[in-house]
Write a protein that binds this ligand. Structure first.
Ligand SMILES: [Mn+2]
Length: 223
């Protein structure tokens, strides 16, 4: 079976429980849609877990805007300023070493991540694809875009699965039930408490889509 998991955002325990409950065997594949870090408290441990998972399973990792942003910020600011950003905005000081640089094994992992994957029957991307004709060149859009109108023939009739935009449980369930051409999978795992934007009774789960059976597996945030 092929499974897809979207935005994890530092929720290690939730991720571990979800993956354990999948009972993966050696021919199963796992696809991750990016945004492994920030917001939640265990960014470094999530990366450790994912890097380790790669030694045991067929796993594929995409780039999210949070991975792209931390790499870009490190390039653009001197260490002291960079450290402040990572502590105050990303809330991921665990990713840095004593010199206020990203720990090399995390840096290597993040800088090698692809922007999208085209499978036989699906497109996988962190945020979405640009409405432009040359959508495969629009890399920033893949990380941040919020397009909901796709001419599906441009995508060879294949469905698009994406994360990034927090989507209520009912909406995700409906898209999967209808086998819609665009399937959102980010249920805002970190938003599991009363929140000013989101109705937290409809968010706060890490969800996983089985691409072969269109089954959704939900894991409530336990972090
Ligand atoms: Mn994102």
């Amino acid at each position: 079976m092929r499974y897809v998991i979207a935005d994890i955002h530092g929720c290690l325990n939730t991720l571990q429980l979800l993956v354990t409950n999948l009972n993966l065997n050696s021919i199963d594949s796992l696809y991750f849609l990016g945004d492994y870090i920030d917001k939640g408290k265990s960014s470094a441990k999530v990366l450790d877990y994912l890097i380790d998972l790669r030694t045991q399973q067929n796993v594929f990792f995409l780039r999210g805007n949070h991975e792209a942003n931390i790499l870009e910020t490190q390039q653009n600011y001197e260490p002291k300023m960079f450290k402040m950003f990572v502590e105050k905005i990303n809330k991921s000081p665990c990713l840095l070493n004593n010199e206020s640089r990203i720990i090399p094994k995390y840096q290597t992992f993040m800088q090698d991540l692809p922007y999208f994957l085209e499978l036989e029957d699906f497109w996988l991307v962190h945020a979405g694809f640009s409405p432009k004709e040359n959508f495969l060149d629009e890399k920033d859009y893949m990380l941040e875009g919020r397009n909901t109108q796709y001419e599906i023939q441009k995508f060879k009739g294949k469905r698009i699965v994406h994360g990034h935009t927090v989507t209520y449980k009912q909406t995700i369930e409906r898209a999967v039930q209808e086998q819609a051409s665009i399937i959102p999978l980010d249920n805002g795992c970190v938003y599991n408490k009363s929140h000013k934007i989101y109705d937290y009774t409809q968010t706060g789960n890490l969800c996983c889509l089985n691409l072969d059976t269109f089954e959704l597996i939900w894991q409530k945030n336990i972090d």
